[in-house]
Design a protein around this ligand. Structure first.
Ligand SMILES: Cc1cc2nc3c(=O)[nH]c(=O)nc-3n(C[C@H](O)[C@H](O)[C@H](O)COP(=O)(O)O)c2cc1C
Length: 246
């Protein structure tokens, strides 16, 4: 359902609102790609919209390494596969094996597909965070790059490109990590300076599988009215507008 436009006429036309809604509601991870290249103009379109994101004090603490070279993509694929092996080993040997680990493994199986297909993506964008004294690489510093990454995913979705946001190198940051090498290896593969933090590796390509609709908790399960815990009474779980389902 298209929201009624407010009197102040900055709202997009209804069809454009439906299109934005459709993009957001079908922004699924795509992990299998057709063997077709992505042209330069399409990549430029995606990057142009990536860098429109906001950041703290408009510092724009980001750089994007765009990889298309097949040799480098193969190396990235091997690097990512190793990251998943590290993760799988952690889960198998975790003290809370059993139900939690089983659920985690179930989640991981989906992601496992990418270990086979990342190298065959025509493009990967490695989004990097450039820390500065008042914008350190912590939770709040990171909040200045992930909006740009979300823009990238949305712009890609809009032109029909599939993508998956991955942060496998964040395994290095786990308190009990004994594998502090994934970030260093990624830096070495791409020549990223030591003071720059790779925030995400995002394979991009024409999807070999349909996007489908996202499956998320309904708003009333996660939103409160005025104070924590007060039920949200609004209408939630809106169906996609009819003309967006095609
Ligand atoms: C911070 C973050 C890290 C993620 N890391 C990975 C990853 O390493 N590998 C992967 O295949 N998917 C990764 N994903 C994608 C999630 O698995 C996906 O967003 C989630 O399961 C929802 O599924 P959907 O995209 O199909 O709706 C990541 C997503 C986020 C937001």
């Amino acid at each position: 359902m298209t929201p009624t436009p407010p009197p102040a006429q900055e709202a997009l036309p209804g069809a454009a609102v439906d299109a934005v809604s459709h993009c957001m509601r079908t922004l699924r991870s795509v992990r299998r790609f057709l063997p077709a290249d992505v042209d330069q103009a399409t990549i430029d379109f995606v990057l142009e919209h990536t860098v429109q994101a906001g950041s703290a004090k408009n510092r724009q603490p980001w750089r994007f390494v765009v990889v298309r070279d097949r040799g480098t993509m193969a190396t990235l694929g091997g690097w990512y596969r190793r990251g998943w092996q590290v993760m799988a080993t952690r889960i198998r040997t975790s003290p809370d094996a059993g139900a939690a680990a089983a659920e985690h493994m179930r989640q991981m199986r989906q992601g496992l597909a990418l270990t086979e297909h990342l190298a065959s993506a025509p493009v990967a964008v490695v989004a990097c965070f450039v820390p500065i004294p008042r914008n350190p690489a912590n939770f709040f510093g990171g909040a200045s790059i992930y909006p740009a990454i979300q823009n990238l995913l949305l712009a890609a979705r809009a032109v029909g490109l599939g993508a998956t946001l991955t942060t496998i190198q964040s395994l290095d940051m786990l308190e009990d990590s004994d594998h502090a090498s994934l970030t260093a290896e990624l830096r070495a593969i791409l020549g990223i300076p030591a003071d720059v933090v790779p925030a995400a590796v995002i394979p991009l390509g024409w999807p070999a599988t349909p996007f489908g609709e996202t499956r998320r908790q309904p708003v009333h399960a996660v939103a409160y009215a005025e104070r924590w815990g007060n039920p949200w009474a609004g209408e939630t779980n809106l169906a996609l507008a009819g003309d967006c389902r095609a």
